[in-house]
Design a protein around this ligand. Structure first.
Ligand code: GRF
Length: 199
């Protein structure tokens, strides 16, 4: 049975709350998948600590460790291939995925974005900047989007979205908290859908 499980890598740069939500959902819902690798551009972060605590291999891979971008891309590809990774889930990973990796894992790399794409996405739109832009726009709805990763920031095909209200008096911080809670429900649901579609 375990042979049928998709081997997942989760890429993180920070707290890793989405990583934790995915990890617990896989166990609780008995999804046919296993997170076998946590990859981070940072030697230490909440996500890496969580991975180590739960016995998931955690590797630090940063472009700064390599002389060229191509060498970095190759090392990332090698790390994924050595571990026979089927699918990559980006969960707060703040670096662009090298084009060579995107090409090798076409429609196998998934990201979560804290807004309703195609709005409020693109280069530089991450963290509080997203929520500040939503509030400044006067939108009454925000939410989260799970989408495939292609060569352009936040432009890959949308897999699933869920929305939350923007309430009068919201700050970027209060909206961020509401959106993050929405993300923790959405990402596992999107993974479940993908696993059902790609048996
Ligand atoms: C989330 O808001 C996600 O949408 C964005 O980065 C944040 C990561 O948070 N890509 P966490 O590390 O999962 O807590």
């Amino acid at each position: 049975m375990s042979d049928n499980k998709k081997r997942l890598a989760v890429f993180c740069s920070g707290t890793g709350s989405n990583f934790k939500a995915l990890f617990h959902a896989i166990i609780e819902r008995e999804l046919p998948a296993e997170i076998v690798l946590c990859l981070s551009n940072r030697a230490q972060c909440g996500a890496m600590d969580f991975a180590r605590e739960y016995g998931i291999e955690a590797i630090h891979l940063s472009e700064k460790q390599f002389a060229t971008h191509d060498e970095f891309a190759l090392a990332m590809l090698d790390a994924l291939r050595e571990r026979q990774i089927d699918m990559i889930l980006l969960a707060g990973y703040l670096r662009k995925i090298p084009d060579a990796v995107v090409a090798a894992y076409a429609e196998k790399i998934v990201n979560i974005h804290p807004a309703l794409l195609p709005q409020f996405g693109g280069h530089g739109m991450y963290g509080m900047r997203v929520h500040e832009a939503v509030i400044a726009s006067g939108e009454t709805r925000s939410g989260a989007t799970v989408h495939f990763v292609n060569e352009e920031y936040d432009k890959g095909r949308i897999i699933m979205q869920n929305h939350v209200p923007v309430l009068p008096g919201d700050t970027a911080e209060t909206l961020a908290e509401r959106v993050l809670r929405c993300e923790h429900r959405l990402y596992p649901a999107a993974l479940e859908k993908l696993l059902a579609e790609q048996p």
